[in-house]
Design a protein around this ligand. Structure first.
Ligand SMILES: [Zn+2]
Length: 605
């Protein structure tokens, strides 16, 4: 069922040339004969290798998933989704490719989730059942969000979650012992993962920023980070999302102050577009609503779900009376209303877009409204956001965006924060993760600046295997190999996973570019002669009424093809259909320089 779509054929050939995973024997002999007295500590003294493979998140922001393998033990960190790229019409999202794990299911000892964002949890319902439904470990809020997502997917088995916090310690097989380190981000309950392995300690930061005054969350524990650094870190795998941004990330609490000023001076309704997942931001908005005596009207399914889950388990604190429904909204005066919804990126189905296009069932924009965009522009969304803003101002509402006032603090560490993390942890090896190649390189530059040697900075591609092993002097060495495990796209579309092949995608591309034309020819089954004129239907190709001549010529062309061929058997009919497809396609290209998809239909009567 898994369909692969090759991003680049070049990649494929790289994977093909890559060497097969090395098996142990040669060195093992050496150990056992020369270091007999040390054999007791099995994990330390075999020449087993630790293999680190990032299946997703090194060539994109999204579908994060990392595999750690040592001997018979495998642990996995995160299972996220990625939103589709351009040229993938109709695809809902992309999930990591788990081909590598298919014959290693027995080895998988557990899955650890860093935090509750979709690019880290979104693929769980699709993947967890396929890898033997292993135990999962995550923070409390993350667990709430994952459970919710699994309930929504019928294909997801009954999952087994253990909630963890910064005091938890878990053993996975004989190779891995894991601890958790609280970090800050735009959602509470984010953990960096400390993985103790027989060859050394690895830190996987997940998404993080360093926030000394976070909202509704505890600050990252810098002492502990420094202490871990003192104990020795072999490899740091660190969030690169904002690695090309200089300076320090703004604290979430400073945003409140700016927002406060906006709230203080506004008389009409306040409408805020944000991400449903930015729970820290949403907490701040509830606080301000209560301070300025505004009622909160929540919009968007994901927004309602997330707020409900987070409120239930105490991660969002507000008096439930502050929430109003449709009736409440009608009764409340404008200057007592705060509307929070999704869609600050101009997403076509989100709340903000529906309001602006007049499709929302009760909210219509009017003069006196203030719309606040409370999230930075994700690259690629600039145009849709601009269009959205134009329509909002046309309808008389005012806009605040973070460019005009600093109402946005990102969730990711910037350059100085990243350097601080490296200074505190003092890793021997460094691997930038969770971003596109450009950002990984920017992060690698920072690693050089703090003195990590060039050959110990691993800028890898998805699926590229890094190996760590002990040399005969019992020192750990690491290499970024040329071996690459499969990471081809697995696409989720509607209810299907992986059943959209590259052929389907190509068809969609053709149709979205030049449209399609259906040619229906009715054939007399006795004589093989065409009956009447063929029907032609055009969608997205040309407007038929304005192109009668072209359509008529096409009809005649089809009629001629049918007339000139015999059509007694099914094979003949298939031949006619192929001929129609080819000849009509060619004819239309000569006439219009477009290549619509031609769908021939032959009906025998
Ligand atoms: Zn995140």
């Amino acid at each position: 069922m898994i369909t692969k779509y090759n991003k680049e054929t070049k990649r494929k050939s790289l994977a093909k040339n890559a060497r097969a995973p090395k098996k142990r024997p040669a060195q093992k002999k050496y150990y056992y004969s020369k270091n007999k007295n040390q054999v007791a500590n099995r994990n330390q003294k075999t020449n087993e290798k630790l293999r680190v493979m990032v299946l997703g998140g090194l060539e994109e922001v999204g579908r994060n998933m990392t595999v750690f393998e040592y001997g018979d033990d495998i642990i996995i960190v995160d299972m996220g989704l990625q939103f589709p790229e351009e040229g993938m019409p109709g695809i809902d999202y992309i999930i990591p490719n788990i081909s590598y794990l298919e014959d290693k299911i027995d080895k998988i000892k557990g899955v650890i989730i860093t935090h509750g964002h979709m690019d880290h949890i979104g693929a769980i319902p699709h993947i967890i059942g396929k890898i033997g439904n292993p135990a999962m470990f995550m923070g409390k809020l993350t667990a709430g969000l994952v459970k919710k997502r699994c309930v929504e997917h019928k294909s997801c088995p009954k999952i087994n979650i253990t909630e963890i916090d910064e005091r938890s310690k878990n053993k996975f097989g004989s190779a891995f012992e894991v601890e958790y380190l609280r970090v800050n981000h735009s959602i509470p309950d984010c953990f960096a993962i400390i993985i103790h392995t027989p060859v050394g300690t690895i830190i996987h930061t997940g998404d993080f920023k360093i926030d000394y005054s976070p909202v509704n969350d505890r600050p990252a524990d810098l002492n502990r980070i420094a202490q871990i650094g003192g104990e020795g870190v072999l490899l740091l795998m660190s969030d690169s999302t904002d690695a090309s941004h200089p300076g320090y990330q703004v604290s979430e609490s400073s945003i409140g102050d700016e927002m406060d000023k906006i709230f203080e001076n506004i008389d009409g309704r306040i409408i805020i577009g944000t991400f449903a997942s930015q729970l820290s931001r949403i907490q701040k908005l509830f606080d301000l609503a209560s301070k300025y005596n505004r009622k909160v009207y929540l919009q968007g399914r994901s927004m309602n779900d997330n707020v409900e889950i987070a409120h239930q388990i105490g991660y969002l604190k507000f008096n439930p009376k502050i929430l109003i429904n449709d009736q409440g909204l009608k009764k409340t005066p404008d200057n007592k209303i705060l509307i929070i919804g999704t869609g600050a990126q101009g997403e076509s189905n989100a709340f903000l877009q529906r309001v602006v296009s007049g499709e929302h069932r009760i909210i219509k924009l009017k003069k006196g409204d203030t719309v606040i965009f409370s999230s930075s522009v994700i690259p690629g969304n600039e145009r849709s956001i601009q269009t959205l803003k134009d329509s909002i101002t046309r309808q008389g509402a005012r806009i605040f965006h973070y460019e005009m006032m600093d109402v946005h603090a990102g969730g990711h560490a910037k350059q100085e924060d990243l350097k601080l993390m490296m200074r505190l942890l003092k890793p021997e090896y460094m691997m930038p993760i969770e971003a596109n190649h450009y950002m990984l390189e920017a992060h690698a530059d920072l690693a050089r600046q703090v003195g990590i040697p060039e050959e110990k900075i691993f800028v890898a591609d998805n699926g590229q295997v890094a190996e760590f092993y002990k040399n005969p002097r019992s020192e750990t060495r690491g290499i970024l190999t040329k071996e690459k495990v499969t990471t081809d796209y697995v696409m989720v579309d509607g209810l299907g996973v992986g059943d959209v092949s590259s052929i389907v995608l190509r068809d969609r591309q053709v149709m979205s570019e030049d449209g399609m034309i259906v040619v229906i020819a009715t054939i007399d089954s006795k004589t093989g002669e065409p009956i009447g004129n063929p029907d032609i239907i055009s969608r997205g190709f040309v407007y038929m009424k304005e192109n009668r001549e072209l359509i008529e010529e096409t009809r005649m062309k089809v009629k001629k093809i049918v007339k000139s061929s015999s059509s007694r058997t099914q094979a003949d009919v298939d031949h006619i259909k192929n001929k129609i497809r080819n000849d009509v396609g060619q004819f239309l290209f000569v006439k219009t320089k477009r290549r619509p998809m031609v769908l021939p239909v032959a009906i025998k009567v």
